[in-house]
Design a protein around this ligand. Sequence first.
Ligand code: NAG
Ligand code: NAG
Ligand code: NAG
Ligand code: NAG
Ligand code: NAG
Ligand code: NAG
Ligand code: NAG
Ligand code: NAG
Length: 525
Amino acid sequence: MIRSSVLSILALGSVALASQDDFQTKCAQFQNKINLPHVKVNFAEYIQGGTNLSLPDNAPSCDASSQEVSVDLCRVAMAVDTSNSSQITLEAWFPREYKGRFLSTGNGGLSGCIQYYDLAYAAQFGFATVGANNGHNGTSGKPFYHHPEVVKDFAYRSIHTGVVIGKELTKMFYDEGFNKSYYLGCSTGGRQGWKSVQKYPNDFDGVVAGSPAINFVNLLSWSAHFYPITGSPSSDTFLTTADWQIVHDEILRQCDTIDGAKDNIIEDPDLCDPILDTLICPRNATNTSKCLSGAQVRAADQVLSPLYGVNGELLYRRMQPGSEVLAAPIMYTGEPFEYSLDWFRYVVYNDPSWSGNFTVKDAAAALAQNPYNIQTWDGDLTPFQKTGGKVLHYHGMMDQLISSEDSKEYYSHVAETMNLPPQDLDEFYRFFTISGMAHCGDGNGAYGIGQGVDTYASSEPGSNVLMAMVKWVEEGVAPETVRGAKFENGPGTPVEYWRKHCKWPKHNVFKGPGNYTDENSWECV
Ligand SMILES: *[C@@H]1O[C@H](CO)[C@@H](O)[C@H](O)[C@H]1NC(C)=O
Ligand SMILES: *[C@@H]1O[C@H](CO)[C@@H](O)[C@H](O)[C@H]1NC(C)=O
Ligand SMILES: *[C@@H]1O[C@H](CO)[C@@H](O)[C@H](O)[C@H]1NC(C)=O
Ligand SMILES: *[C@@H]1O[C@H](CO)[C@@H](O)[C@H](O)[C@H]1NC(C)=O
Ligand SMILES: *[C@@H]1O[C@H](CO)[C@@H](O)[C@H](O)[C@H]1NC(C)=O
Ligand SMILES: *[C@@H]1O[C@H](CO)[C@@H](O)[C@H](O)[C@H]1NC(C)=O
Ligand SMILES: *[C@@H]1O[C@H](CO)[C@@H](O)[C@H](O)[C@H]1NC(C)=O
Ligand SMILES: *[C@@H]1O[C@H](CO)[C@@H](O)[C@H](O)[C@H]1NC(C)=O
């Protein structure tokens, strides 16, 4: 029985190989049908599900020379002029098993890289999916140098252009067109999602925006300000990664059980206000490998404090406690942070010799410039709300690159600007705090919420943010919690336990009985 059905599938497969089926023919002919202004199609090719797609054109710094594609699809690659001196590289992936939905992916950092893994992820769920290179290739900010049109693509135009063209192509490719339009992105991708909500309220019906790099200019000032605090590795204010491990252990000692569970996860870093003076080496200490100097403790305190501007105004909230070990090798290295350095050199000052010796005067200069309103901080979402759009915002509570406190600040900013309490915002805007999630993934906790191909553990809407958004938009059923998987040993390994993450401003509390691994022993209060 099983054997004969396998044989008949194989037989069908060989027929399909021998002659193109309708879908393959449509894909092969699609290139010649496309006649849109500013669009030059490079190729359209059929990709069979199960292909390990080779990406020889991807810039080496994007660090992705191949992508596994799990479903049959038509891949269309284009160049689109965005001005007379700028262009984006755009891909549209049209799956054979199409579900009538359009989706745009986003980017990361200062790149410059089509996120093929996100294209593959959305196509696997039947979305007609687009992804663009954000106006330049590679991860460096150098292409911004004396090139405002490239900055403009990065600030908003790449995504919007990809959406406008992508929707046209989707209608051309599928006779039935599409019904709903979605967005999925994290980090810079989260900022791009918010930019769409703020600036192009009709682009999407549903936006999933993770760990967003909003308050963007201040974010880069904030990540520039760690270097002057710690100094170089030879400074007496510098902490090694081993020292940051000491700080982290002390923070966990003081804060891990505030939520009722000792599980190496701080559910609510906003309830954690660690006192690090306990780490100062005692006078009679014979072994100082487990303690710090006063200067080091002061530096750690400053790293975990907000950044204020020249007039004392808040620019960026503190790094949330709990992220120290992951942040140390990226942010507290004793050298200027690379993205900040690039931003100040190639955008703020157009001066490649800028040293990285940041002061708050630099923050003021950057904020005054705010090119193309890349800040992405508009608090009035009324136009988006009026279209009936929905936005699901999430942030990892141990994010080592973009403090989750900034997402909380933005939530308050929207609430106060629109004069809406959480129960009214809930109608179209919901924010979920994902404990134990580092930057967009990884971490100590249940971070597998279906935000990408690496963190996919379930397609059930309750346990998958993308499918939760589809359900919210198409059935009007909004998510109350976001369920995440804790993997035994990182992505791809079995699920050790699940945890339901709360909708802000609720806090997750361990009620028992039993183990913290039991998701039903937790309650959002
Ligand atoms: C896909 O191809 C790349 C490069 O040839 C290789 O490194 C990678 O392991 C392959 N992936 C799979 C799943 O086979
Ligand atoms: C290119 O565009 C800029 C800005 O829109 C314009 O000022 C300039 O004249 C254009 N140059 C050419 C060669 O068309
Ligand atoms: C759009 O929705 C309508 C009504 O539910 C349905 O009949 C149609 O098939 C959908 N179109 C697509 C492209 O999914
Ligand atoms: C980016 O790379 C693609 C593929 O190699 C190339 O076609 C395109 O011209 C590049 N774009 C820019 C802005 O350099
Ligand atoms: C240091 O002094 C404290 C308080 O007097 C004492 O409890 C502790 O044992 C001493 N430690 C060492 C290593 O001598
Ligand atoms: C100091 O303590 C650390 C950690 O407990 C230990 O690994 C190390 O061997 C100790 N060093 C000395 C000199 O006792
Ligand atoms: C920052 O300034 C200090 C003191 O002038 C100098 O020693 C250091 O090299 C500078 N850092 C960088 C990255 O230029
Ligand atoms: C709870 O589960 C963890 C992980 O499975 C285990 O290490 C721990 O011993 C359990 N604790 C109790 C009290 O059962």
